[in-house]
Structures are given as C-alpha cells and as structure tokens.
Design a protein around this ligand. Structure first.
Ligand SMILES: *Cc1c(COP(=O)(O)O)cnc(C)c1O
Length: 464
C-alpha cells in the first residue's frame, strides 16, 4: 500500500478519510462531501492544518490538552517507558511502578479521603466502572435493592452504553436502546434557558430539590448514587447557580446516597482549583477523571474512590477491569503531566493570570448584538447567542442553527470554538497567555460579527 503522509494533497487525504474513516458524532456523508479539515501539527495553543493555516485552539482539543501541544518532556517519558516496560497488566497479583506512582500522586492531589484509584482508558469507561462499583458497594452492604443512579438531563458522562445512560443527552438516548434500566434523570441547573421568572438562586434551589423529589418517588432505600458534573461541559458550559451544589450536598447527605462528581473536564485545574469539587465546595465519594489527567497525550482515565467505598469493595473480588487499566505508558505520561502542572504552577496561572484576563475580554463580548449572556469559570466559558438582547429567549429557528453558522465562521477565522445548540463554548489550554487570549478574542469577535450579518441576512434573527 502507498504511504499516506502529511505530504499528500489535502483533497487526497480528505477522499481517503471519507472512504474509510467513520467520525464520531458526525453525519459522515455530509462531512465526506465537504471534506474534513486535516490537522497536521500543533504547538502550544496553535494548530496547523494541511493547507498551512494556523488555528488557535479555543477548546484544548476536546477539553484535554491542558499543558498545551508539543511538550518534549511528555514525548521523552513515553519513549523511555516504552523501552523499559511498554505493557503489563495489573489483574493477576502484579503491579508496576507507573501505576503505583500515578495512583499515589492522584491520592495526594485529590481532596479529602479520595485515596484510591481504579484505572480506565477513558472517561466513558471510568463511568461504567462507577455504575458497577456503586451497585456492588450497596450489594456488599446488604442493600442490593439500592441500585438506581440519578443523573441529569443534558448531562454528559460518555458514550458507552452505561455512561451514555448516566448522561441525559436526548439525541444519544434516541439511538441504540438507551438508557439502560435503573437510571433516572432530573432537570439541569440551566437558568438562562429554563429559569423563567426565577432568580438564578431560586432556580438553583428548585433544580437541586428535584433530586429530593426523585429520591422520594423512587424510594430512598432504592437509590444508590447521584452523578453530576461540577460544571456541565458538553451540555454547553452550564455553570450552576451558587445555591445548587450546597443543596445537592445536603440532600445526598440526608439520604445517605453516594455522590459521584464527574470531573473529566473540571479535574486538573480547569476551574482554577485542582478539582471542580473544590471550586463548588462538594464532597464526592467518587470522582471520575480522564482528559486533563494526561493532557490528552495518552488515553487514560479512572475512578478516584474514598476510603469507605474502597474498603467495602476491597473485601470481595470486584469482577471488573480493562486490559489497559493503569497502562504503564499512559500512566507515565500522566504522572509527568502532573509534574509539569505542579512545577509550572499551572493551576495558579489559571486562577491568578489567565482567568482574570480572559474574564475581562469574555464578558466584554456581552455587548455584542448577537450575545445574550457570557459565563466563565476558570478557563471554561460559554456565551448564549440570542435573537433579542432584551430578554432570555431562544431563536425561532431549530435549536443549533445560529450556533452552527457561528461555528462555521469561527472555522473560517482560524479559531476553534464549539457550539452546543445556540451556545458557543471555549475551554483553552490552561497555559494560554494573555497575548494568546487576545488572538482568541479578536478572532472570536470577527466570527461573531460575520455570523451576525449572516444570521440577519438569512432572516434567522427571530425569537421563538
Ligand atoms: C468527555 C467526558 C466524558 C467521557 O470521556 P471519554 O474519554 O470521551 O470517554 C465523561 N464525562 C465528562 C464530563 C466528559 O466531558
């Protein structure tokens, strides 16, 4: 077979991609006709495509490249680990140094008594682990009927059968027979679109109390756990009102159910603390981690488990695990990534430099005629596109139409911003500098300007 390299013409690469590569979350026929953008290199926060365009990555890949692209230290560690021990399993009474060291380091960083790590290769896998772990925990405690897990509409916990069932993405549940039994969803704390006449604080309390209502409806003796992202990511960077998490914590404590914080995005500095649970002031029994754990340089995730749950699970054989649980190369890369984060003070950079600077620029976009609100926590932000700045109201057009147009204008202006329906979201690398933030905002502003003109011209500037 002919070698396929960066040097082939873009059109040829796109044709091969269309012929053989099925993309996730994509209408592949339409993409095949249009041609996918071919990313060839990256350094820092900048991507290069096969046409030589330099694109600023406002999404850190998929919320994961926290220390930026092109890190020599991570490449070196990977090469060394591959030569020393590229693979060994941890199933049959064996272990290895990268898994030991990474688990110990995560236990040090994680708050409270979250001292135990069950490794997976992704966030989805880790959440599947969580489903089985919390149900088995209650079974071992003599309460096998405690099996219902409560999640949230528009929550995102991954794409496997289990994790997509925990999530509340309607478009995902519509395909493949989801959700699996024993999962219940309550409303999300999305004040901008769903808060009506309530203040954000009233609305946050109301949505948190849906958890108590659900527990009482199901029967408290049947509920195993509640799972939530400290800040919803894929759902549109929905930052909950200040009243929300304290009330969730109160309810979880009152009924003695387990709290799972899905920190796949919010973990490892994204919100300005090591973990989003610290930012939100909650005490989970289990945290799901992935993405930023290795800054995306290798696929690795896991469940960080508190002493009590680990002790109960540890008393029996847990019939669960992945070939690549604690993969030595991925673990070595993750460990080095955490060393870089600590040595360079990346969390402090987010809190003291990047967040305050971006906040000033991001919130200034609220003046734009197409923008209804701007939200930012740490380095995850969103803005609502609006047909009418005077009220919180969706577009008359199908949800996502304005967002898609705006995303296309971002692409054309060499800035990666994603859209979730009609919200634009950003989550840049945590090492982004003020100068790079200026580039990001300048290009985003141009994209918004062009999107506004186009949305108006197409007669889409109408409220529902
Ligand atoms: C991305 C994500 C997941 C799934 O992680 P994968 O590595 O894609 O399987 C789970 N939870 C949250 C909050 C995520 O953002």
């Amino acid at each position: 077979m002919r070698q396929i390299t960066n040097h082939l013409p873009t059109a040829e690469l796109q044709a091969l991609d269309a012929a053989h590569h099925m993309h996730p979350f994509t209408t592949n026929d339409a993409l095949g006709k249009k041609g996918a953008r071919v990313i060839t290199r990256a350094d820092g926060v900048m991507l290069t495509d096969s046409e030589g365009n330099e694109i600023i990555d406002g999404m850190a890949g998929l919320w994961c490249v926290n220390v930026g692209y092109g890190r020599q230290e991570l490449a070196d560690v990977a090469a060394r680990q591959i030569m020393e021990l590229p693979y060994y399993n941890t199933f049959f009474q064996t272990t290895h140094v990268p898994a030991i060291a990474l688990a110990a380091r995560i236990a040090e960083l994680a708050p409270g008594d979250l001292n135990h790590v069950f490794f997976a290769s992704s966030g989805s896998e880790a959440n599947d682990t969580n489903i089985r772990m919390v149900r088995h925990y209650w079974a071992l405690k003599g309460q096998p009927e405690r099996s219902v897990i409560i999640g949230r509409k528009n929550g995102y916990h991954g794409s496997t059968m289990g994790s997509a069932s925990l999530g509340g993405m309607a478009a995902m549940h519509a395909q493949g027979g989801l959700p699996i039994p024993g999962i219940v969803h309550i409303g999300q704390p999305h004040w901008y679109l769903e808060g009506g006449e309530m203040t954000p604080e009233e609305f946050g309390l109301m949505r948190a109390r849906e958890l108590e209502q659900a527990i009482l409806e199901i029967g408290p003796e049947k509920v195993a756990a509640f799972i939530g992202e400290p800040v919803q990511g894929a759902g549109g960077v929905i930052i909950p009102p200040s009243t929300y998490w304290p009330e969730i914590q109160r309810i979880v404590d009152k009924y003695g159910i387990l709290l799972i914080a899905d920190e796949v995005i919010t973990g490892f500095g994204r919100t300005g603390n090591w973990f989003g649970s610290q930012t939100m002031g909650i005490k989970p029994h289990i945290m799901t981690i992935a993405k930023g754990l290795s800054s995306g340089y290798a696929p690795i995730g896991g469940s960080v488990v508190c002493d009590e749950v680990a002790a109960v699970i540890g008393a029996d054989e847990f019939n669960h695990g992945y070939t690549y649980s604690g993969h030595p190369v991925a673990a070595a890369i993750a460990l080095e990534n955490l060393r870089i984060m600590e040595e360079e003070g990346v969390v402090e950079h987010v809190r003291d430099v990047a967040h305050p600077y971006l906040a000033q620029k991001w919130h200034a976009l609220a003046e734009h005629p197409l923008v209804g609100e701007t939200r930012l926590i740490g380095l995850m932000g969103s803005l609502a596109l609006t047909p009418d700045k005077s009220r919180r109201v969706p577009f008359a057009a199908e949800a996502g139409t304005a967002g898609f147009i705006t995303r296309e204008r971002c692409f054309a202006n060499n800035v990666i911003m994603r859209h979730v329906y009609d919200r634009m979201i950003i989550a840049p690398s945590l090492v982004i500098t003020p100068d790079e933030i200026d580039i990001l905002i300048a290009r985003a502003t141009r994209a918004l300007d062009e999107a506004y003109v186009q949305i108006k011209a197409e007669g889409l500037l109408k409220a529902a």
